[in-house]
Design a protein around this ligand. Structure first.
Ligand code: GTP
Length: 418
């Protein structure tokens, strides 16, 4: 059953109409993703948020009338509300009141798959809850109005708080372990010398679709925001046989509450360890430019300037009429749903990778079967010729200098002369 939701926004003077309407659209998409049905979107312009009610008292009355008529299950506010605003609005409207942060947390909670993702969501939820518990405490003591009632209330609250604090410490500790584990796994992977590519991009840009099509796997792919929460890594074999690792990451979102940025940073850190980044942009979206800028900014914050980036303008089959690719950067226009475009992308990745590789020619005796297999897997092979007389393979291709296979290949360059 879809829950009926009324959405409420408040536009401050310094926020222009486009940006404000866009944030309301995004709130509507988020609501849909959380399995809600939007029955009304209403908003108000103000110089500042009403301290007690977020919107003005007149607007609250209007909202009460709309609630009586439309009977929603929940009222969702477009910004993070203060504990007292939530309390006052719940009391006035007699409906469940949630804010944008809670909505995003709810979606994250639904979607978290790995242990790390789940821990991060729980941590963010508890951190959101803590100050709001304090708020309820004041309310309890005021309501009780006396020692007799306040006592037990406060005690319960204190024990709740202690309990939550302890749980937060536990989660942080567990997260350290999980992150350590992932680091070790990453180091091990580094030793395997696989070329690592990360897919990043705004939520709903088509990352999971690309990931699935390129790796032929079936990671959750849906027309919903945040279908992907945890980074997922799979083998991705280029058409010339070189095996790379492809990582799908969490989708970015504009104005993500700060408390959530911290919680999700570590899932994005994978991107910073990649050898190559594919930045996927939904070219059919009217706000594609601002999406692109948001992601580029976040990538800059994550210190990835040394990593080559290819911008992938996706959904070109439904391209927006105002679409113009940024001229300054390397880019490709394509549709993840089109097989020819996928091969074009594969070739383009190969081409881009080659810019960072060195050409080699190696002579490897036929009895080195395992080694030949490794060279095939870890380098970009151009040609293999077998000399029956000498029983030696002549292999040419491209290799990364940073990878240990480079030293091996170098050793066999001079084999002929031995
Ligand atoms: N028309 C069209 N639709 C596409 C294309 N690529 C992806 N889609 C659709 O766009 C929607 C979102 O795709 P996803 O792959 O889930 O997007 P994502 O970037 O992984 O999203 P998050 O997990 O939310 O970050 C899905 O309904 C896809 O089928 C494309 O090239 N053309």
């Amino acid at each position: 059953m879809r829950e009926k939701a009324i959405l409420v926004g408040c536009q401050l003077q310094n926020v222009d109409d486009d940006r404000f309407n866009y944030s309301l659209d995004e709130l509507a998409s988020l609501t849909k993703t959380a399995n809600g049905e939007v029955v009304l979107i209403t908003s108000q312009k103000r110089t500042k948020y009403h301290p007690a009610l977020y919107i003005g008292t007149g607007k609250v009355e209007e909202l009460e009338a709309a609630i009586a008529e439309l009977e929603p299950d929940v009222v969702i506010f477009n910004n993070e509300l203060t504990p007292s605003q939530i309390r006052n609005l719940s009391a006035r409207l007699e409906k469940r009141v949630i804010d944008r942060t809670q909505l995003i947390l709810d979606i994250f909670a639904q979607r978290a798959k790995t242990k790390e993702g789940k821990l991060q969501v729980e941590l963010a939820q508890l951190q959101y809850l803590m100050p709001r518990l304090v708020g309820q405490g004041t309310e309890l003591s005021r309501l009780g109005g006396g020692i007799g009632t306040r006592g037990p209330g406060e005690t319960k609250l204190e024990s709740d708080r202690r309990h939550i604090r302890k749980r937060i410490d536990d989660i942080k500790q567990q997260l350290n372990i999980v992150v350590e584990h992932r680091k070790r796994y990453r180091e091990r992977r580094k030793k395997n010398e696989m070329f690592h590519i990360s897919l990043v991009g705004y939520t709903n840009a088509g990352k999971s679709t690309l990931f699935n099509r390129l790796t032929k796997s079936d990671v959750y792919e849906q027309d919903l925001l945040f279908a992907t929460l945890d980074p997922t890594t799979r083998k991705f074999v280029l058409s010339n046989g070189m095996t790379t690792l492809l990582t799908d990451t969490v989708g970015f979102i504009q104005d993500l509450p700060t408390s959530l940025i911290a919680a999700f940073r570590s899932t994005l850190e994978e991107a910073t360890e990649a050898d190559f980044i594919l930045h996927v942009v939904d070219a059919s979206h009217e706000n594609y430019k601002s999406h692109e800028v948001t992601v580029s900014k976040l990538l800059n914050d994550l210190d990835v300037e040394n990593i080559p980036i290819l911008t992938v303008y996706n959904k070109i089959d439904q391209v927006h009429e105002d679409f113009v690719p940024s001229p300054s950067e390397g880019f490709i226009e394509m549709s993840a749903l089109n097989e020819d475009d996928l091969s074009k992308l594969r070739q383009r990745i190969e081409f881009e990778c080659k810019q960072y590789m060195e050409y080699f020619e190696a002579f490897v005796p036929a009895y080195e079967g395992k080694l030949i297999h490794e060279i095939k897997k870890l380098t970009m092979i151009e040609s293999i010729n077998f000399n029956e007389e000498s029983e030696i393979y002549q292999i040419t291709g491209y290799v990364f200098k940073e990878h240990s296979i480079y030293d091996t290949v170098k050793r066999y360059r001079i084999y002929k002369e031995q």
